[in-house]
Write a protein that binds this ligand. Sequence first.
Ligand SMILES: Nc1ncnc2c1ncn2[C@@H]1O[C@H](COP(=O)(O)OP(=O)(O)OP(=O)(O)O)[C@@H](O)[C@H]1O
Length: 354
Amino acid sequence: MLFNRSKPEQKVRQLISKLLATAFNLSEKQVGSWLTISSHDVLICLPFAAGQLHGALEQQIRAASNEQNVTLGHIVFETAIQASPTKVSKVSKIKNIVAIASGKGGVGKSTTSVNIAYALMAQGAKVGLLDADIYGPSIPIMLGNTESTPASRDDKTIVPFAAHGLVASSIGYFVPAENATVWRGPMASKALEQLLRETDWPELDYLIVDMPPGTGDIQLTLAQQIPVSAAVIVTTPQDLAVADASKGISMFNKVSVPVLGLIENMSLYICPKCGHQEHIFAQNGGVELAKRNNVPLLGQLPLNIKIRQHTDSGTPLLVSEPEDPLSQTYMQCALAISKQLYLNGLSDLRIQNV
Ligand SMILES: Nc1ncnc2c1ncn2[C@@H]1O[C@H](COP(=O)(O)OP(=O)(O)OP(=O)(O)O)[C@@H](O)[C@H]1O
């Protein structure tokens, strides 16, 4: 029979499906399509970036197969991220554009964008970073790339600059910060769209876009005219920032860009000498906002001098100290973003199939 799989193969499939379903809180049916089994060899093609878990998953699979006397050969993990649908036409070679936004300025949106970009890369995705913050393009400084100017190989497209393995570009090359205050939404979005479409990006799973802070005309036009797959909102826990972040969520809802969730930055300060914890910017503001809006809390980062020192000196934490617990927190946020975008795609499919 055409669909009759051999018994040992079926056993391997059942065992691995069960483990993956538990690990990612999905159904066995959902994870079943990730598996290709040939004889005793297994290829696991994950639809989101979860590189940090590959080793532990393999160990769990091998332990379970020993216990159940199931013979296993090679286990290979791959990352195969799908493109999500957008209203505006997509940029060639870029599967997903994820906007990182904040209602209020200075909450750590650029710092988060940079570290999330590296964390997604460390999780196994192909990632680029676009600095769209016309008011204060800080990405070149954070990537240690202040000297570079846009170059072109063919006088038509711009070559993005490379920084510690990441490709990036900045609107700051084209919009002098001192002029930004007089820019209107259509002007900013035109400049950004040109930069986006005329940059010679390599194949990317994700392009992270560091948006300008705020929820005004410029942000609304950018969110509408750029083919954004989804947005992530960064906030600090204090009331003022949370109120503005809430406006940010409403803005993306208005233009039907799904909000993947919230990252609460500067959640608390832990004294490195005595370990005392202080909620300098109030407590749980982001947590409550996420609950109120029924969006996931993707992660919480403390106020920590290492984050500032590394980012401000052009070697972000993920690059300089990838094993640091704070880097691991960024890794978990990156995994949550990637997985949430995948889950959004599943619910889109369900809607289309109704
Ligand atoms: N978790 C953190 N711990 C310590 N310092 C942080 C943290 N997050 C950000 N910072 C620091 O706070 C400052 C502001 O951060 P950043 O520039 O990322 O904010 P922003 O929201 O992008 O600002 P803007 O509104 O200007 O775009 C930077 O000096 C950065 O290094």
